[in-house]
Write a protein that binds this ligand. Structure first.
Ligand code: SF4
Ligand code: SF4
Length: 306
């Protein structure tokens, strides 16, 4: 059966979970996003206001779309030790750029499907607008949405990338959309140093991840003074404290491992970082996409506001 063969192939390509859901509009989730946008909690991510028809209905992206194939790719690493003499990067940003790596794997998965079923109408997405990725991944059975707003899988936790293929072929849809498994836990809400989280809702404007990656102004607001916890790119705190991430395994993707140079960077090395070294150190990484100036701004802010 094709559905089982696709899941097996996905596993062979390194995806730790794969599931399918019917391509339909995003219903209640679209309403939640609209309310969130209206409250301005997306900050200056104005691209979220665009292409809404497509964002809320994958059938507007691929003609005759029937299915979303959702996959998860583990990026968990503990290769950069936490030391007070080190600045911190989000785990996902330590290795080579995941967009390229995962898109390539998804392309292989699509080629496999087309070998079996002929040429298809399809598109591949990895963290790229317009798609409510967590919504579709939840519907495909990859996990539940936690109070920290992350998609959490009860076996592999939440440190994984999500990828999608929207395709014009029917596969065996997931039948059980998981309810929330947070229970009475509030660890993520309590641990967030900037009070950016309410249960199931993030105020991006207060989030270290947003401010260090998506916020492109030359200055960081005073609100973040003394709250950065040494993060200069992204923030993992609300995932690190989550009990569902206690027993997870490190990724198997050599391209996601940080270079030896990166593993050994002391605060003083970061503070003296120049453009040529930045280019060398972060070639083809998510940090290269943010740019030297932005990283330098983040380092300066952390150094000045310990
Ligand atoms: S990423 Fe960091 S700042 Fe943002 S909500 Fe999570 S703990 Fe708070
Ligand atoms: S830390 Fe607790 S409340 Fe937060 S997402 Fe994890 S289980 Fe849910």
């Amino acid at each position: 059966m094709l559905s089982e063969a696709v899941k097996l192939k996905a596993q062979q390509l390194g995806f730790v979970v794969c599931g399918f859901s019917q391509a339909t509009d995003t219903g209640e989730d679209a309403k939640f996003v609209e309310k969130w946008l209206a409250a301005g909690k997306h900050g200056n991510m104005s691209w979220m206001q665009r292409n809404k028809e497509k964002r809320y209905d994958p059938r507007q992206i691929v003609e005759d779309a029937k299915t979303l194939i959702s996959v998860a790719y583990n990026y968990y690493t503990d290769e950069i030790p936490e030391k007070s003499s080190y600045y911190k990067l989000s785990k996902y940003a330590c290795g080579k750029d995941y967009h390229y790596i995962i898109k390539q794997r998804l392309q292989q998965l699509l080629s496999f499907i087309e070998e079996k079923s002929g040429k298809r109408k399809a598109r591949i997405f990895v963290d790229s607008a317009p798609l409510l990725e967590r919504y579709h991944a939840k519907k495909s059975g990859l996990g539940f949405i936690g109070k920290n707003t992350c998609l959490i899988n009860r076996t592999i936790g939440s440190f994984f990338f999500i990828g999608h293929i929207i395709i014009d072929i029917e596969l065996k849809y997931n039948e059980t959309v998981l309810a929330n498994f947070c229970g009475s836990c509030t660890r993520c809400l309590d641990a967030c140093p900037t009070a950016a989280l309410k249960p199931f809702e993030l105020d991006a404007r207060k989030c270290i991840s947003y401010i260090t990656i998506e916020y492109h102004n030359s200055e960081i607001s005073e609100y973040f003074k003394g709250k950065m916890q040494n993060y200069i790119f992204g923030c993992d705190i609300c995932q690190d404290v989550c009990p569902w991430n206690r027993q997870i395994k490190k990724h198997n993707e050599t391209l996601f491992s940080p270079s030896v140079q990166l593993q050994e960077m002391q605060k003083t090395d970061w503070e003296q970082l120049n453009r040529p070294f930045f280019k060398k150190l972060f070639k083809h990484t998510p940090i290269e996409r943010a740019g030297f100036k932005q990283l330098q701004r983040n380092i300066r802010f952390c150094a000045d506001n310990q």
